[in-house]
Write a protein of this length. Sequence first.
Length: 256
Amino acid sequence: MLNNIKTIKYLINNYGFFNLLKKGFIYYKRKNIQVFQKTSSSYAGSLKLIKKNNFSNIEWNNIEFFENEHINKIAKNLSSLPANDKILITEIGEKVLSNEYRFFSKISINIDSINFNKDYLENIIWEKGMKLSKYSQFDKKYGDIKRVFEINRFQYLDALIPYFYLTEGKKRKEITDYIASFFDQWMHQNPYLKSVAWSCSQEISIRSIKLIFFFGFLKHGLIFKKSYVDYLFKAAKKVYEDIEYAVVQRNNHSIT
């Protein structure tokens, strides 16, 4: 009984009373319309993985998309690109490594000192440590939350993957060290369930998929730290807890 009371207090504290009622209604709705079967092997396997915090047992070499054969094809295709394309990839990659990024093509941001809780268009910093229910899409005080979501998607690091395969030696190490340092910085600024980045499960999924791709494509140079495994476990757990809300909406959120 005491544990149940503690759980209820935790949920109300994090989501707010009315949001909790809303989630309860959505859960009830999902159970009745049977959007998907919990008995499916893929769903059951994913749930088992989440519950056991078993990400450390994932064999990245066995994920088909990241097999050496596929990665070697990508590397070969990149090496066969015209010289001008290679130059462009190199220039863009070097801009990322030199911490140059233009947010929404308007504002130049130094990635090395980026604030992942800042709306750079309005020059407003979102407070950390609020209840998750307080991080709303159009907040009267902070404005549009999607501008902060955009920074936390890591899309500006994509250019480093093709650059990695067009170079070798010290430059490859510089690229992988940069990505590792970048994500360490992100985790330091975004404690679990204590920032804008943790307020939306779709955004958590997008960011997690991005991280998996980085380590899949750069697996020969990027060390998969325990902290990254912990992040993926927490991310999957949070997404699973909110899946009812995503499934019953008329949009593509449940896909991600």
